[in-house]
Design a protein around this ligand. Structure first.
Ligand code: SF4
Length: 305
């Protein structure tokens, strides 16, 4: 098991089973805390072959280089990061996607996950990825016609993608919750159970330059649905969309950049993919960029107080 030290104790994690153990009787001093965020998401590329209206991925062409990514992963691994999630754009469109996943799993102790729209998961790709992925996420925004309207792709093709992903690793379903999908949460949770997903991740729609955040009506409908949910597949929610929902956080003191950071396809480190503030990762490495980003937030806080 990999261990990580933080304000809530010593956290042990097994990437093969997904088992987490927190030794909260131990409260190591701050100087001993792991300096990496617990989880880091990495947009390997901005390129995507879909055109979803609510997409938050930047539209300029950018992709990360394999050597660059591997260097950052090794640094994060050494400094106590537990897992990385590749995304995009569509990460499977990165020309070195398979190699990056294989080397990330083989050369680090990180849990390797990725998020995909699912339409490129051919049996050959899945075969190449086997053994290198610890958890996969597939985006399912609505069922049937709703999905097709949101994503511009056939729902039948998504179902084939889900069949493929189920043979690769444990997997979860992501859903952007908005006025079109909130009424389909029952259908999606039933689908999640049927296809063997182990998690349903709710992503209440965030504002982009094209779409607004969910309004009060959708927010209330989501709250009611979660409160009355009796399904078997466990629910999770994005931190940005968690307000008003009943959540359980076993690591309440591990916050902000201690818990999570995002690296975009231009090599900027950010607090999240939506954050306008970032620090460029240069030769000094990802931990140096993290320090710079923390300083930026610190200066901002001081100016505001
Ligand atoms: S599949 Fe994802 S990255 Fe691609 S356009 Fe849709 S939301 Fe954006």
């Amino acid at each position: 098991m990999k261990s990580r030290i933080g304000p809530n104790g010593v956290h042990l994690f097994d990437r093969l089973s997904g088992l987490n153990v927190l030794l909260d009787e131990l409260r190591p001093k701050e100087a001993a805390w792991s300096s990496s965020p617990r989880q880091v998401s990495i947009a390997l590329t901005n390129v995507c072959d879909l055109h979803c209206g609510y997409c938050y991925a930047p539209k300029h062409k950018a992709s990360l280089r394999t050597g660059q990514v591997l260097g950052w992963l090794k640094e994060l691994d050494t400094e106590g990061c537990l897992g990385i999630g590749f995304g995009g754009g569509e990460p499977t469109l990165h020309s070195d996607f398979v190699d990056i996943c294989k080397r990330a799993a083989g050369e680090t102790q990180l849990a390797v996950t990725f998020t995909t729209h699912g339409h490129r998961l051919t049996p050959q790709l899945v075969e190449h990825l086997k053994g290198s992925i610890h958890f996969a996420r597939i985006s399912v925004d609505g069922v049937g016609r709703t999905y097709e309207k949101q994503r511009g792709k056939q729902f039948a093709s998504l179902l084939r993608g889900m069949e493929s992903i189920a043979t690769l690793s444990p997997f979860g379903i992501n859903i952007v919750v908005n006025e079109c999908t909130v009424t389909e949460l029952d259908a999606i949770s039933e689908l999640a159970q049927k296809v063997g997903a182990s998690e349903l991740l709710l992503l209440p729609q965030q504002a982009t330059t094209v779409v607004a955040s969910i309004d009060e009506v959708v927010g209330r409908a989501l709250q009611d649905w979660v409160t009355n949910y009796r399904g078997k597949v466990r629910l999770a929610v994005s931190e940005a969309g968690a307000a008003g929902l009943p959540t359980c956080d076993p690591l309440p003191d591990e916050r902000g950049l201690q818990a999570y950071a995002h690296i975009d396809a231009s090599g900027m480190l950010r607090a999240s993919s939506y954050s306008p503030v970032g620090a460029k990762i240069v030769d000094a490495g990802v931990l140096s960029a993290l320090k710079q980003l923390r300083n930026t937030f610190e200066i901002k806080r001081e100016r505001q107080s």
